[in-house]
Every structure is written in structure tokens, then in C-alpha cells.
Design a binder for this molecule. Structure first.
Ligand code: 5AD
Ligand code: SF4
Length: 364
């Protein structure tokens, strides 16, 4: 198991600030930005590789993967998570990829994360966002390592469509993974689905019924312009409004959100279908952006921090780490990066530029 490198002091002092911090930034140890947001939810990408090839994410032949030497080793990942939790106020850690189950040390990294304590004295909340392949084999070990929950991506219930979307005939493995996660207690299980026009846009209701039948919480995610092929188009995208129309035509929906939904990106509805009841969410990243409430920070597999999926730049923590920087120096660099966060993703702006990194190399 990687050793958790405890900070020499767990206080919030910032006095060994050897990395320049913007002069206009208040002396707040947390990951704050100019717009009053505080990032407490850290997304950690553990690899950019994946066992599927979802058409909206990567080409069938895959991508140019990150060089192995650039990818953080387990101890390095754990050190950065530890300082995020102990010095920067992070209280939720989500492991992503690519596909995080391709990371051999995942259980050890989860266990080490689970030993950390937030400023409230609690273990950080942990979750894994996975495509479900291999989950059947690893759900138990992950639960034993202290993992709380999983989010499983499933865009279709039709095996042939699954193979068309992901270029792999593996739907049964995803379903087996879901069952294993359930029996390992990695609950509540959330499902993520992306609807693609002319491919699976008729599956909003079947996917919702599947989720209701199993007690899973399904969230539809509007497709964002993050594919390396640059094939995204606003007109081709299936919007939240359209999904809601399709659901409303066959199911009873009642808005479930309080007047403000806080930092939760999904708008949620209570849904009833005959005797079955549950909850369904829609993440309208494009048509109803929630950037104003964003509480996310992102760490890539090669040790770069990004203050947004769509950030124009990133800060190289791997370089600092490998050059022997102290925890506090690294924390300062991270604070400086977050301070520069823009107010929104600007997808609607004529000057919008898709980030140079694809989603699989940032972490979902
Ligand atoms: N837009 C929206 N969601 C995406 N995902 C991957 N690429 C995109 C995109 N361009 C989803 C995956 C998975 C989660 C990690 O992000 O389907 O559920
Ligand atoms: Fe893999 Fe997720 Fe990309 Fe699909 S969307 S290819 S499961 S990283």
C-alpha cells in the first residue's frame, strides 16, 4: 500500500509560500477562486487509457496515451490527494480515467485516501466513475478498501448498440459489474448515460425503467465538446429539454430540487412508473450550465491540475513534486491555479476553444 505522506504539520499555515501567489488572493488556505467558489470535490484521473472506445470519447484505434514515465505513481497520487484533503479543504475524492479500473493500484489508493481526515475529522467521501468492465471482479476489494460508491456509465441496454457505441461487445460485463457493486454495498449506485442522436436517443425511457427496477439513480449527461475527433455539434446534441420531453411523455415526473441545487450538477426529478418510484437526473452542462456553483478541482493522471474541464491551461504539480517541493509549496501552486478559474466554460462564446486534452485525459 502506498504510504500516506502526512504533512509535517496539519495546520493551515501558509508561511513557507515559496511559490508566488497572486497578490489579490486572500489568505484562505482552501481552493478558492475570484468568483467566490470553493473547490471541495476533487476528481482524480488515474489513467487516460480505457477498455472501451465510446464514439463520443475516442476513436476506435485509441489515442496517443500519456507516456508511462509521466503518469504519477501510486505514492505520488496519494501525496497529492493527502495535501488536497489536509491543506486545501477537499472532502470528496472521485477516481476517474479513462477507465480507473485499469489502474492496478486502485484499491491501495482508495485505502490510503480513506485513511485521510478532512478538517472536520472525517474520512473524505470516495467514489469511482467507471464503465463497469472488471467491476465484477473488483467490487468486493474496492468496498473493503473503503470505497463508498460507484458511478457506472451505460448508454444503452441493447447489446448490438452497445457494441456500436463502444466498439466492444461487452454489455454483459457492465451488467455483471452493476450486480457485483450492488452486492458489495457500493450504493447508492448511480448510472451515467449520454444520448446520441440517431443512435440511442430513443432509450431515455428504457434506461430510466431499468434504473427504477434496480434502485439505481440514473443521470443523463448532455454531450459536451470534448471529443478528440471534434465531431460534436450543438445541433446534433440531445438536449436536456428533449430528454425531459421524452421522459414526461411516458413517466410521471415531479421536480425534486430545492430552490437552489447547490453545487450538484444534475437537476433531479422524482419519477414514478406504475408502482415503481425513484429519481432521475439530467446534467445540462451545455444548455443550462452550472459553472456558478462549481465545486470541482481536477488532477490528471500525469500530475497536472486543471480548474475546469474546459480550462485553457493547467499547472504542473508533477514537476514540483519530482523537483522536491514541499507539500506547502505544491499546495500554493494549486491555490494559484484555482484562483485563475474562469467564471464559466464559455461553450456558447464565439471565442470558445475546445481544450487540447480530450476528456479521457482530463477525467470525467
Ligand atoms: N460529453 C458528456 N459526457 C461525456 N462522457 C465522456 N465524454 C463525454 C462528453 N463529451 C461521460 C462518459 C462517462 C463520464 C465519465 O463522462 O459517458 O459516463
Ligand atoms: Fe472509456 Fe469512458 Fe471514454 Fe467510454 S467515455 S471510451 S468508457 S473513457
Amino acid at each position: 500500500m502506498p504510504t500516506v505522506r502526512r504533512s509535517s504539520s496539519t495546520s493551515w499555515d501558509t508561511d513557507d509560500a515559496l511559490v508566488a501567489v497572486p497578490a489579490d488572493r486572500p489568505a484562505d488556505p482552501r481552493l478558492i477562486d475570484r468568483f467566490g467558489r470553493v473547490a471541495t470535490d476533487l476528481r482524480v484521473s488515474l489513467t487516460d487509457r480505457c477498455s472501451l472506445r465510446c464514439s463520443y470519447c475516442m476513436p476506435p484505434e485509441g489515442l496517443d496515451w500519456l507516456p508511462t514515465d509521466d503518469v504519477l505513481v501510486d505514492d505520488e497520487v496519494v501525496r497529492l490527494i493527502a495535501l488536497a484533503v489536509e491543506r486545501l479543504g477537499v472532502d470528496e475524492v472521485r477516481f476517474t480515467g479513462g477507465e480507473p479500473l485499469l489502474r492496478r493500484g486502485l484499491e491501495e489508493i482508495v485505502a490510503a485516501t480513506n485513511q485521510l481526515r478532512t478538517w472536520r475529522g472525517e474520512a473524505p467521501k470516495t467514489a469511482v466513475t467507471t464503465n463497469g468492465l472488471g467491476l465484477a471482479r473488483r467490487a468486493r476489494a474496492l468496498a473493503a478498501a473503503g470505497l463508498r460508491r460507484v458511478n457506472v456509465s451505460i448508454d444503452t441496454l441493447d447489446p448490438r448498440r452497445f457494441a456500436r457505441i463502444t466498439h466492444r461487445d461487452r454489455l454483459p460485463d457492465v451488467l455483471a459489474g452493476l450486480r457485483a457493486a450492488e452486492s458489495a454495498g457500493l450504493t447508492p449506485i448511480k448510472l451515467n448515460a449520454v444520448l446520441l442522436r440517431g443512435v440511442n436517443d430513443d432509450e431515455a425511457v428504457p434506461l430510466t425503467r431499468f434504473a427504477l427496477a434496480h434502485g439505481y439513480e440514473l443521470r443523463f449527461i448532455e454531450q459536451m465538446p470534448l471529443d478528440p475527433q471534434g465531431a460534436w455539434s450543438r445541433t446534433g446534441m440531445v438536449t436536456a429539454a428533449e430528454i425531459l420531453r421524452r421522459l414526461g411523455a411516458e413517466l410521471t415526473l415531479i421536480p425534486a430540487d430545492p430552490a437552489t441545487r447547490g453545487a450538484a450538477p444534475a437537476e433531479t426529478w422524482l419519477v414514478a412508473d406504475g408502482g415503481r418510484r425513484g429519481r432521475v437526473g439530467i446534467v445540462a452542462s451545455v444548455t443550462r450550465p452550472f459553472c456558478g456553483d462549481c465545486d470541482r478541482a481536477r488532477l490528471t493522471a500525469d500530475g497536472q491540475v486543471r480548474n475546469c474541464l474546459f480550462a485553457g491551461g493547467e499547472t504542473d504539480l508533477r514537476g514540483l513534486l519530482r523537483a522536491g517541493a514541499s507539500d506547502e509549496q505544491i499546495a500554493q501552486a494549486w491555490r494559484g491555479d484555482m484562483w485563475a478559474k474562469r467564471p464559466g466554460h464559455g461553450i456558447d462564446d464565439p471565442s470558445f476553444l475546445q481544450p487540447a486534452r480530450p476528456m479521457s485525459a482530463i477525467g470525467g
